[in-house]
Design a protein around this ligand. Sequence first.
Ligand SMILES: O=C(O)CCC(=O)C(=O)O
Ligand SMILES: [Fe+2]
Length: 288
Amino acid sequence: MPIERLSADANGAQVAAALVRDGCAIVERLVPRAVLDRARDELQPFIDATPFGPDDFAGRRTRRTGGLLARSATCRELVMHPLVLDAVRTALGHATSVQLHLTQLIGIGPNEPGQLIHRDQWAFDFFPFPSGYEVQCNTIWAMTDFTEANGATRVIPGSHRREDRLQFQEGDTEPAEMPAGSVLFYTGALYHGGGANRSTEVRQGLNLTYALSWLRQEENQYLAVSADIARTFPEPLLRLMGYARGAYALGYVGDLRDPLDVLLGRDTHANAFGELERAAERVREPLP
Ligand SMILES: O=C(O)CCC(=O)C(=O)O
Ligand SMILES: [Fe+2]
């Protein structure tokens, strides 16, 4: 089954519809490649200081550079890209709220073999989420062109509906080939993996992922970004990072205070009633 390809004028509902049907979709040339070049320039000192992965899954010829919100203004913009947020919120609209899950520049070096084909939601201790109940919506932005030869992400469209813990070979997968500036969307249940790099260049992708806000984040945003740096960020980004209550009460501070108020030193206390009413409405909604 081919990977659905949408153009940069697609809307979030179209991306989300492809994700429900296939578990993955590419939006081609969503931003000019110069935007990704700028992100690389901002991150270059951190990339140079990043060690190779410690095991086969992380990739012994692959560098994974994280903490991108603290390190790159361009990454802060990409995390908040309006089409991405619209697609993520629609695709995960069965939950009250979503949050950032991780930020990682993945540079797959020459001669890296293909990564184990996996589901990203296995990170949640292999909890068997019900089929159709997606807990993650992920993106990989092509920072370099993604080609079959240089290790484009391998995906199995439609595999988000298959049984859990399956094993696949490269021949079962399709390469998400795309020019720099494009973005691959895939859900937490989609089987995929980094491709083998049979070229002489490093394949660079920006993995920015989102998850339901009742799950633990894979990258700890509260420590990856110091509070002093976080205070300079716009409030919608801070909420997405986790400075907000997940669902009704998850993550409150002290006397039911909102984490954003605490971070910003605002002397306010939670007005829980609006959220309580929303929660009550959700209880009355039929199950999906
Ligand atoms: O780098 C890629 O193309 C995908 C990597 C991946 O799926 C992962 O590390 O979970
Ligand atoms: Fe993955």
